[in-house]
Design a protein around this ligand. Structure first.
Ligand SMILES: [Zn+2]
Length: 266
């Protein structure tokens, strides 16, 4: 996926209030940010979940950008210790460019220009890895094998879930589609975003997998068969009772606006 750039591997960008954060700038991140006109000299922080190349390939160029080639001593870099020690992915000469290099600890809270985030316990992965939660608003389940508590630890209104595998494989510490479904069922986010697919997920058309998950979750929350939801969707919910629509809206956390229009009397 990365080598062919079937999907971009540039990571995430969060802008909230005064805080601007780049998360896991993988290979091509600097190009993706430039395309979207993100001014990297205004970044407050770069956060790395773990030192695998697809999560930090562009970290050095990003540090350069955030600090204007080292001339502006600003911004912070957050990463696990082993990204600095064991198999360092952050070049040594760059480490004095940011204001601070912070070694992430498990279950700790950090603040970037007013925006707080908390690390999960260490994920089950080949290298030191942490997931993140930005209050109740955003949970980011980065690479890990499934473990008890992963849903609760990342529970938030919007959850980003790294779904690498179509089928679970015990020898690979990555989430598969069934794991993602379990996490969604347990944490019940308003919106779950599946990303970071491996080739098997990509070939199975992630948008179709997502539609299937949506129908199953909705059916579960309403306590009706999945086929019923498929029927509703095929007729765009026409002829469905207002009570049932209210149930669907409640399950989705939506508000129904009732609008009755009268023809103007002649
Ligand atoms: Zn990884």
């Amino acid at each position: 996926m990365v080598a062919k750039q079937i999907a971009a591997s540039g990571g995430l960008y969060i802008e909230d209030g005064k805080a601007r954060i780049s998360l896991d700038p993988g290979p091509g991140a600097v190009v993706q940010y430039a395309k979207r006109k993100v001014d990297l000299t205004k970044l407050d922080a770069i956060v790395i979940s773990h030192r695998h190349l697809d999560h930090c390939g562009d970290v050095n160029v990003m540090v350069e950008a955030m600090t204007e080639g080292g001339f502006a001593h600003r911004g912070r870099l957050f990463c696990p210790s082993d990204a600095l020690d064991e198999d360092p992915v952050v070049l040594k000469y760059l480490r004095r460019f940011p204001q601070e290099v912070v070694r992430l600890q498990p279950e700790s809270t950090y603040s970037v220009n007013g925006l707080e985030f908390t690390t999960s316990p260490r994920h089950i992965h080949q290298v030191e890895t942490y997931g993140f939660r930005f209050g109740d608003r955003l949970g980011w389940v980065t690479d890990s094998a499934y473990y008890d508590g992963i849903a609760e630890q990342h529970k938030a209104e919007v959850m980003i879930i790294h779904v690498v595998l179509m089928q679970c494989r015990a020898e690979l510490p990555h989430l598969c589609l069934d794991d993602a479904e379990r996490i969604i069922r347990e944490a019940k986010p308003r919106l779950a975003i599946l990303t970071h697919y491996g080739m098997t997920v990509w070939r199975a058309h992630p948008w179709e997998l997502a539609a299937g998950l949506t129908q199953r979750q909705l059916a579960e929350r309403l306590g009706i068969p999945e086929q019923q939801i498929q029927r509703y969707e095929s007729t765009m919910y026409s002829g469905v009772s207002l009570d049932r629509l209210q149930d669907v809206a409640d399950a989705l956390g939506l508000e129904i606006e009732e609008r009755v229009t009268y023809a103007a009397s002649a």
